[in-house]
Design a protein around this ligand. Structure first.
Ligand code: ZN
Ligand code: ZN
Length: 239
């Protein structure tokens, strides 16, 4: 049996009525990641060394900035900025003292500088942890579908996944032995759920025609947000 630390949350997420159970899991990890980064991690020297090095992505800075007390965030930023400046110093000589090359000579100092900066921009402690745990969760989804009939039923009752998670899970199937049947079921499920969403969003547009004033909304009333969530993951912060 797969470790319960992963199977329990996956089962709980599939018990939730939502457009994507993996989004439910990711949202929770995101919140935990922010709480940890500004809480317990402050006392973890190893974490601080790494967070000083790679920092956080724009999205997760936004969530960290939304926390009212700014002291932890300021401490994190203070030491991360020190590291960024040290990294820039290492490029100083090459960038400021290079001789003028010919028209076709590549400016290697510029390329190396932008590589360093890209690492700072793309690194994120919270994304890193989320990616690791989400991979375990997706692994468990495939395992449970193959081994637990109760889960298979839950999967059938679910509303599919958002496209980014559908894509990642399909990719995981490509790297998981014995997942062919699951991939076929996943694809069939997603196709049906995208068609349901299409009906809702189309109905939403029809309601704006005065001739359809009396038409029942049915499930179409919140179709725009659910369609976005389906295509591109959640965009609002609240649960
Ligand atoms: Zn999702
Ligand atoms: Zn991030």
């Amino acid at each position: 049996m797969k470790e319960q630390i992963y199977t329990i949350p996956v089962n709980e997420a599939y018990d939730t009525d939502c457009e994507c159970p993996l989004c439910v899991l990711e949202r929770k990890l995101e919140k935990e990641g922010v709480d940890y980064a500004l809480g317990a991690a402050m006392m973890e020297p190893d974490y601080r060394v790494e967070s000083n090095d790679i920092g956080y992505c724009r999205h997760h800075y936004r969530l960290m900035f939304a926390v009212p007390n700014k002291l932890s965030l300021a401490l994190v930023l203070d030491t991360h900025l020190q590291e960024i400046r040290k990294k820039m110093d290492k490029h100083e000589k090459a960038v400021t003292s290079q001789s003028k090359g010919g028209l076709f000579k590549k400016n290697t100092a510029a390329g190396e500088l932008s590589q360093t900066l890209a690492k700072v921009e793309n690194g994120c402690m919270i994304c890193k942890k989320i990616d690791y745990t989400m991979n375990r969760y997706m692994d468990v989804v495939i395992y449970l579908w193959n081994n637990d009939p109760n889960f298979k039923e839950k999967f059938e009752r679910s509303k599919g996944l958002c496209l980014p998670h559908f894509s990642r899970l399909a990719d995981m199937c490509g790297r998981t032995r014995g997942s062919e049947e699951f991939l076929a079921a996943l694809f069939k499920k997603e196709k049906a759920e995208l068609s349901r969403i299409q009906e809702d969003i189309h109905k939403f547009t029809l309601k704006f025609d005065y001739r359809n004033q009396d038409m029942e909304w049915g499930t179409a009333q919140d179709a725009p947000i659910r369609t976005i969530e389906k295509i591109a993951q959640y965009i609002t912060e609240e649960e």
